[in-house]
Design a protein around this ligand. Sequence first.
Ligand code: ZN
Length: 236
Amino acid sequence: MLIKCPKCQVTYELADDVVPQNGLKMRCHSCGEVFKAYPEDAIKEPLSEKEKKLNVLKIFERFSQTTDDSFTPETSEPPMVPAKVRIVHLTHYKNTINYLLILLLLLIMLALLYLMRFDIVRYIPKTEALYQKFGIESIYDGSNLQFMNIKTEEFVDQNISKIRITGVIDNPSSYQMKVLPVRVFVYDEDGRKLLEATKSLPQTRTFPNYKLPFEIIVVNPTPKQKNIHITFADTL
Ligand SMILES: [Zn+2]
């Protein structure tokens, strides 16, 4: 049965047969109140969430002041069956709070591992494989890398007219970056699109503060004057 301390409302669970008709003298573990518990004092309804929280708080206050964590029934007067008296809620909630704290710490650690993934991989490159296992991108996608020193040259290779595009991809940041496939557009002098091609470079990564040289060869669409525009493809 559940017996409430009349002073502080902390609730104890007692075996039904330890509380006789003429009452069991008890000392509240939480506030020290000495009172008599009668079978008719038993609470029928389950504890509300608010009461449970209140109990936990009170019991924790008590724990911070003493190392005695066992409930001691008053021994001066019979009947007494101390072995059958237990503070169910006390140990139960104490464990629950410990688990919640551990869970909270784990969640904070996971959040940090996620939020700092770019920096973690930057300093410990091997951790990238670990992030990949969980499908988490830990390297910047490099769509903001800059093309520099672009040169184009038309040439004929095995009777096919081609355009060679060379230049460097500049990574001014201090992070390793993914090199996305490069998309090439060739327009005629009136702005009509003659060709669109997506080319993957042999390098899929570029280093921090590094200018990656590249070369792309596309088929030369027509012998007309052309404007060539290059960009990174959005998707791999
Ligand atoms: Zn009490």
